[in-house]
Design a binder for this molecule. Structure first.
Ligand SMILES: *[C@@H]1O[C@H](CO)[C@@H](O)[C@H](O)[C@H]1NC(C)=O
Ligand SMILES: *[C@@H]1O[C@H](CO)[C@@H](O)[C@H](O)[C@H]1NC(C)=O
Ligand SMILES: *[C@@H]1O[C@H](CO)[C@@H](O)[C@H](O)[C@H]1NC(C)=O
Length: 204
C-alpha cells in the first residue's frame, strides 16, 4: 500500500495542479482594493478587478488575469498630494488669487504658487504632483541682509552683471564653460546675507 502511494502521489499532484493551474492570492496594492468577489482558489483565466481609493489615480489595467499560474501585473494607485495651510505659511507661499488654504491635488496635476509680498520665488511657480510627492518652491525675503561676492563655480561663469553688493532676494546666473553640463539651478539667490546653493559644472 505504502509503495503504491509513493508511485501514485506524483501522478495525483500532477493531475491536480496542471489541470487547474492555481494562482496565488491576487496581490495587495497600496491605496487600492480588490472589488470583484474573492475566491478560495484561482484557476487559469480567472480575473480580479481592482479599484483605487478616492482621490488616487489608477495606472495600468484594473483587471488582472491568472495566466500560466501567475497574475498579470496589477495596477498602481497613484496618490494625491496634500499642501497644508501651515506649509504655505511657513514657506511664505500663496496660492493663485493670494489664497492660503489647504489643497488636495491629484497625481499629475499642477498647482501654481506665488510668494508673499517682499519675497521672491526661487524656482518655477508651477509644481506637479507625482504619486504623493510635490516639491514646494522657496520664497526668499527681500528684507534680509545684503550679500557680497557670489560663490565661484568651477568651470562655470557668472553671466549677470558683477556688483560689490547684492540686495537680499537678488540673484546671479551661471553658465558652464563649453563641454560642461550644468547640474542644479542655474541661479543662486542672496538669502539674508548668504548665497543659496550654486550649481556645479560636470565634465560631460
Ligand atoms: C536675517 O538673519 C538675522 C540673523 O541671523 C535674523 O535676525 C533676521 O531675522 C533675518 N532676516 C530675515 C528677513 O530673514
Ligand atoms: C544693500 O545694498 C544696497 C544696494 O546694493 C544698498 O543700497 C544698501 O545700502 C545696502 N544695505 C546695507 C545694509 O548695506
Ligand atoms: C536657466 O534655467 C532656466 C530654467 O531651468 C531656463 O529657462 C533658462 O534658459 C536658463 N538660463 C540659462 C542662461 O541657461
Amino acid at each position: 500500500m505504502k509503495n503504491l502511494l509513493v508511485y501514485l502521489l506524483p501522478f495525483l499532484l500532477w493531475t491536480c495542479c496542471t489541470s487547474q493551474n492555481v494562482c496565488e492570492e491576487p496581490p495587495d496594492i497600496d491605496f487600492g482594493e480588490i472589488i470583484s468577489g474573492k475566491k478560495a482558489a484561482y484557476i487559469e483565466s480567472d480575473r480580479v478587478q481592482y479599484k483605487c481609493n478616492h482621490g488616487c489615480v489608477l495606472e495600468g489595467s484594473e483587471w488582472i488575469t491568472c495566466s500560466g499560474q501567475k497574475w498579470t501585473p496589477p495596477p498602481k494607485c497613484l496618490a494625491p498630494c496634500i499642501v497644508t495651510k501651515q506649509q504655505l505659511e511657513a514657506k511664505n507661499l500663496l496660492l493663485s488669487g493670494n489664497r492660503v488654504r489647504a489643497q488636495l491635488i491629484q497625481h499629475n496635476h499642477m498647482l501654481q504658487f506665488q510668494c508673499r509680498e517682499g519675497h521672491v520665488l526661487t524656482a518655477p511657480s508651477d509644481r506637479k504632483c507625482l504619486d504623493g510627492h510635490m516639491d514646494l518652491p522657496s520664497c526668499i525675503s527681500e528684507r534680509g541682509g545684503n550679500c557680497s561676492r557670489p560663490p565661484a563655480v568651477e568651470d562655470g561663469d557668472i553671466i549677470t552683471l558683477s556688483k560689490q553688493q547684492y540686495k537680499a532676494g537678488s540673484s546671479v546666473q551661471f553658465k558652464c564653460q563649453k563641454y560642461y553640463a550644468l547640474e542644479g539651478d542655474n541661479r543662486t539667490f542672496c538669502d539674508n546675507g548668504t548665497w543659496t546653493k550654486a550649481p556645479i559644472c560636470l565634465d560631460g
